[in-house]
Design a protein around this ligand. Structure first.
Ligand SMILES: NC(=O)C1=CN([C@@H]2O[C@H](COP(=O)(O)OP(=O)(O)OC[C@H]3O[C@@H](n4cnc5c(N)ncnc54)[C@H](O)[C@@H]3O)[C@@H](O)[C@H]2O)C=CC1
Ligand SMILES: O=CCc1c[nH]c2ccccc12
Length: 296
């Protein structure tokens, strides 16, 4: 008998739209270094598997070279477009955002995305360039090609420069976020500006960054809740009020991650993980672009 997919709750963004708290990424699992137009059927099947399991929030990007696979997977899943939450990001064509969104929509075979993000702020050498790019994002939202618009990998200074001239504030900032990269000041700033956060690399503390100071508390909590340390890691992110974007090529893992929706950590457990995590710093992505001492 087919399993009924686990329902993933959503969170409201500052523009009134709702984003599912757990997402499936097509960047790290399926990233292709080249874009010769060929279709990676394994990636298509990966997307279909995720949707079948109940992942309705799907994260893509121009630079992953997987937008076509994401679009085909969505079509073949036969789940109505409006039931899904689809994100893509602009980076390669940042100088021409109207063209970039049209190219992404063509590859995705859809007429709008739920969320369109500027992938990183490092393209800009001045506040003006950040502001011009944001003005173009606002036009994309006004055109209806993106329901919500946001940014990724922005620090407080990038957000502040953007907000200085924005007529529509970013709805979300997608950042690397896990117990070893907690961005406490950045998240506090975002709260004051009603900008939500989503986490990529949410499993980092229990995968790439092991061993470390959270290991014991993760193991104890995994035992208590009859789940894996990965599910505790995902739960911690969501209990901090942050949307988690994870992934896997393996159906079993994707299915297991959904156990993170079946319990919540107590505030004390959340704090235990946060306190232990604060003892170590680890950044897995974009390390060369960020200042080595910047933990915000
Ligand atoms: N905006 C940005 O700059 C970035 C966005 N992303 C997005 O976020 C998504 C998820 O990012 P990830 O870092 O992959 O997330 P993640 O931290 O959830 O890691 C997922 C990876 O961990 C592996 N894993 C899970 N359990 C494991 C275990 N017990 N032992 C060893 N490995 C295990 C999975 O197989 C998968 O490869 C990407 O696919 C992409 O869509 C990712 C990086 C940067
Ligand atoms: O989005 C971040 C991670 C990632 C995976 N593939 C690529 C290619 C180019 C830039 C970033 C990434």
């Amino acid at each position: 008998m087919a399993k009924i997919p686990t329902e993933i709750p959503s969170m409201k963004l500052n523009d009134g739209t709702a984003i599912p708290m757990l997402g499936y990424g097509t960047g790290t699992a399926w990233y292709k270094s080249g874009n010769d137009g060929s279709i990676d059927r394994e990636a298509v099947e990966g997307v279909k598997t995720a949707i079948k399991l109940g992942y309705y929030h799907l994260d893509g990007a121009e630079v992953y070279n997987t937008e076509r696979e994401l679009g085909i997977g969505i079509k073949e899943s036969q789940v109505p477009r409006e039931r899904l939450f689809v994100t893509t990001k602009v980076m390669t064509n940042i100088k021409d955002i109207p063209k970039a969104i049209d190219m992404s929509l063509e590859k995705l075979q859809m007429d709008y995305v739920d969320l369109y993000l500027i992938h990183e702020p490092f393209f800009a050498s001045s506040d003006k360039e950040l502001q011009n790019a944001w003005a173009a994002m606002e036009s994309v939202k006004k055109s209806g090609k993106a329901r919500s618009i946001g940014v990724s990998n922005y620090l407080e200074k990038h957000l502040a420069a953007t907000l200085a001239t924005a007529t529509i504030p970013p709805s979300i900032n997608q950042i690397e976020y896990h117990p070893y990269l907690q961005h406490s000041d950045l998240l506090e700033y975002q709260t004051t500006k009603a900008i939500a956060a989503s986490a990529y690399g949410p499993l980092t503390a229990v995968t790439k960054a092991k061993p470390g100071p959270v290991d014991d508390v993760m193991a104890q909590l995994a035992k208590k809740y009859y789940v894996s340390e990965g599910e505790i890691a995902l739960r911690w992110v969501m209990d901090k009020g942050v949307v988690a974007v994870t992934t896997s090529r393996k159906e079993e893992r994707l299915s297991d991650y959904l156990r993170a929706m079946t319990f919540t950590l107590t505030p004390r457990e959340v704090k235990e993980i946060s306190d232990a995590g604060a003892e170590k710093h680890y950044r897995g992505f974009w390390a060369a672009k960020f200042d080595k001492n910047d933990r915000s």
